[in-house]
Design a binder for this molecule. Sequence first.
Ligand code: GDP
Ligand code: MG
Length: 176
Amino acid sequence: MEEEGGEEYLFKIVVIGDSAVGKSNLLSRFARDEFDANSKATIGVEFQTQVVQVDGKEVKAQVWDTAGQERFRAVTSAYYRGAVGALVVYDISRRTTFDSVKRWLDELNCHCDTTVARMLVGNKCDLENIREVSIEEGKSLAEEEGLFFIETSALDSTNVIAAFEIVIRAIYSNIG
Ligand code: GDP
Ligand code: MG
């Protein structure tokens, strides 16, 4: 897309993972620096756009939220269409959400090609006292599957911007 100030980039990034792992809050923390302790599963916003500078270039990250569809196993192919990045999120305090990661990766691989920049995100790292998944387990799964890995907290903001920026930079260097 050509604009007055030169080139402009638009990257579609999808956020996937089990219900209640914190997908919507990661997005609202990234796009608006907001956290909602009582967030309902369905927010109804399809995506939010955030501008990030990469190598002096303006990149628009269009980050898509499932808006609760994941509860019904009905995340549609339209959701994945055109995605160039993905955050696969689990909750470090609930092992079942970590066990689901492989299923989410399978679904991602069905809809998107392997060049999609992928980040495994262990969210809720503020809940250290009730942790069920160690950092090492997260790291080794990410290594096996060829993903970036980071732990985040949408609650206290730890690594949220970093998670998105690493993916955005990886996409940028893929196309550059
Ligand atoms: P989603 O279903 O994956 O979109 O999850 P939500 O963003 O709606 O979050 C589900 C619940 O987890 C909500 O009660 C949030 O307040 C809470 N939550 C989300 N992120 C965090 C986090 O980083 N730490 C803690 N302690 N709670 C979180
Ligand atoms: Mg949600």
